[in-house]
Design a protein around this ligand. Structure first.
Ligand SMILES: O=C1O[C@H](COP(=O)(O)O)[C@@H](O)[C@H](O)[C@H]1O
Length: 234
């Protein structure tokens, strides 16, 4: 089921997103004793670093993985984990060892293989069923590191794949693939600004088959939290 939530501006996106995260994390902890969440990079980093410190939850029950990650050193500005390490961890009770991070100093395909092993260990299963994936959408309609027209859109065997020709720099990344994304219990997109308005219309109104539109969890929910500027053509 897809739900579109329109709010006034970026600050309201942060508030709404945080309230959904609080509810979903507390339900997961109550029902299954743990909360598995996938984080994205880009603009979502800011929303989460501002919003999560206000969330009322049992942080010790959280495991945080990445929907995609750039294959760069952890201290690079392009490292998604590096951003959360600097901007989120000091503001919460989260510890670095609750994050599942990519192996350093290896190729993208080695990093993807190693990441899949780490997820298998964390989930104690071959099925990586996330309670929540926090997703962004680029102005070209990409989500995670799944780009329009890329062969990875059709990947069904690998759960974590490497990409070495990302059209958005940096080129080397790892990404969850649709079999994992679409088995999540919940997916939330958070998008703000006029730069996303055209793509939001193409996905939510015209139903074009773009990468972000293919996020349709089989037995889960997808929420789009969009501000007035991003929702201008809906
Ligand atoms: O490169 C990436 O881009 C997308 C979208 O970023 P945004 O800044 O336009 O919101 C992001 O979701 C993904 O995690 C990241 O690696």
């Amino acid at each position: 089921m897809t739900t579109v939530i329109k709010v006034a501006n970026e600050q309201e996106i942060i508030k709404k997103l945080s309230s959904y995260i609080e509810k979903i994390s507390n339900d997961a902890i109550l029902n299954r004793g743990h909360f598995f969440v996938g984080l994205s990079g880009g603009s979502v980093v800011k929303y989460l670093c501002e919003g999560l410190p206000q969330v009322n939850t049992d942080w010790s029950k959280w495991t945080l993985a990445f929907c995609d990650e750039r294959v760069v050193p952890e201290d690079s500005e392009d490292s998604t984990f590096g951003c959360y390490k600097k901007q989120l961890i000091p503001k919460t009770e989260l510890d670095t060892n609750q994050f599942i991070v990519i192996k350093q100093g290896v190729t993208a395909s080695e990093a993807a293989e190693d990441y899949a092993e780490k997820l298998k260990e964390a989930f104690k299963s071959d099925e990586f069923k996330f309670d929540l994936l926090l997703l962004g959408m680029g102005p070209d309609g990409h989500t995670c590191s799944l780009f329009p027209g890329h062969p990875l859109l059709d990947e069904v065997d690998l759960k974590v794949a490497a990409i070495t020709d990302s059209p958005k720099p940096p080129p080397e990344r790892i990404t969850l693939t649709y079999p994992v994304i679409n088995s999540a219990r919940n997916c939330i997109f958070a998008c703000s600004g006029a730069g996303k308005a055209d793509m939001i219309k193409r996905i939510l109104k015209d139903h074009e088959n773009l990468p972000a539109a293919r996020v349709k969890p089989e037995s889960g929910s997808v929420y789009w939290i969009v501000d007035d500027a991003a929702a201008a053509h809906l």
